[in-house]
Design a protein around this ligand. Structure first.
Ligand code: SF4
Length: 412
């Protein structure tokens, strides 16, 4: 394909130099104090730096900084080194990860730590290319972040924040999730990255997206790179610089401009960018869940939890016995199905009428809109479950909260 028009690129070395300088000066003044930054800046051991940045980056995927801080601190206290993490059990990892969501991240992190210890003599790979090639669960972004922040490799990174900032800086209005646009953004990030302070530069670009160039109401007036921002110029002057008009690009079927059918909307200003193809709506699913309760030996109530399979959604986590339901089932039928399942589990009759309906709990996973239909059942005497089925155990309320259970189950 023909190269995109100059206005979508950073082709002027003087401008690139000025942008780097402005962004880094702003970062030095305004960056947030975050525990992994402090460690990456002061830890003399390169493997420990790499490990700390790796843990923080995996936790930060799909999760807000404010939520991650506490998890990160507890994680590093418990497993301060790769070696310590490699010796942990998956159950311990899931327990610490409980509530952070996207549970396979913790599991993969631990598998990769084991690999570094057993196959790489405990030494973290030092380049983005090797990190991505050798560590399971480490993609292009995470590899670039670890290599630039921990080892000073001059390599760019592209995450959601960087996508937004770059699309605005260069008026990129084509679908920002398309491979063609993503490739261009990686090229740009690699051109822009500062070779003397690559880790700081990458963090600065992401920090700008997280705190100033935010999705809905960006603070352009306070932005350290506004003089380099084509979207900002377009908003102020009605046209970008130096090319006279944003729609001009579309004449040649520009692959980076907004589609001709959805041109610049002056009501949106800089938030015309980035643009994404509409997401598929989440799939609706229903699940019958039964909170089985008994009196424990000390008189306190205990609840039965069972372990989910080791792959798929919420792999290896514990939950109240649950059963997927068809969407259009009548309530009476739902009860019967749940009673049948419990009967098979416990090897004794369970009357559907004995199940008390408690309510419904909605939980949104990234791609699933899940409705839990919650029942409860009090049991007398001892109940044993078929050990050939999923592992199960009785827990008190406190033990339940300390177990590897999902946020959805805590809501239940
Ligand atoms: Fe984002 Fe506004 Fe700065 Fe442009 S000027 S990079 S749109 S905050």
């Amino acid at each position: 394909p023909a190269p995109p028009p100059a206005r979508h690129l950073f082709s002027d070395p003087a401008e690139v130099e000025a942008l780097r300088g402005n962004l880094l000066a702003w970062y030095d003044r305004c960056k947030r104090d975050l525990p992994w930054r402090a460690l990456a800046a002061t830890e003399p051991d390169a493997d420990r730096r790499g490990y700390a940045v790796w843990v923080s980056e995996i936790m930060l995927q799909q999760t807000q900084v404010a939520t991650v801080i506490d998890y990160y601190n507890r994680w590093m206290q418990k497993w301060p080194t790769l070696q310590a993490l490699a010796q942990a059990s998956l159950e311990e990892v899931n327990e610490l990860w409980a509530g952070l969501g996207y549970y396979s991240r913790g599991k993969r992190l631990q598998e990769a730590a084991r690999k570094v210890v057993s196959e790489l003599a405990g030494r973290m790979p030092r380049t983005a290319q090797d990190l991505q090639k050798l560590l399971p669960g480490v993609g292009r972004y995470t590899a670039g972040a670890i290599a630039s922040i921990s080892y000073g490799q001059a390599t760019g990174v592209v995450d959601g924040n960087v996508i937004r900032v770059l699309c605005r800086l260069r008026c990129i209005g084509a679908d920002s999730s398309s491979p063609a646009v993503i490739d261009r953004l990686w090229d740009m990030a690699n051109v822009l990255v500062d070779s003397t302070r690559p880790g700081d530069f990458n963090q600065a670009l992401m920090e700008l997206g997280a705190t100033v160039c935010v999705p809905k109401a960006p603070l352009c007036g306070e932005c350290p790179v506004k003089q380099h921002c084509q979207a900002w110029r377009r908003k102020l002057f009605g046209k970008p610089h130096p090319v006279p008009d944003v729609e001009d690009c579309c004449v040649g079927d520009c692959p980076l401009c907004p589609p001709a059918t959805e041109p610049w909307d002056s009501n949106l200003g800089v938030t015309n960018f980035p643009r994404k193809a509409a997401k598929k709506p989440p799939r609706a699913m229903r699940m019958a869940t039964c909170v089985l309760e008994r009196r424990g030996c000390h008189g306190a109530p205990e609840y039965l939890i069972v372990q989910r399979p080791s792959s798929g959604l919420l792999a290896g986590l514990w939950e109240f016995p649950s059963l997927p339901l068809a969407q259009d089932l009548q309530e009476e039928k739902e009860r019967e199905e749940l009673a049948g399942q419990l009967q098979a589990w416990m090897g004794r009759p369970v009357a559907a009428k004995g199940l008390q309906f408690i309510g419904k709990v909605i939980h949104i996973f990234s791609h699933i809109h899940q409705t839990y239909v919650v029942y409860s059942l009090h049991l007398d005497g001892d109940v044993t479950l078929d050990p050939a089925l999923s592992p199960s155990r009785w827990v008190t309320e406190d033990e339940f909260h300390a177990s590897a259970v999902s946020t959805a189950m805590k809501k239940v």
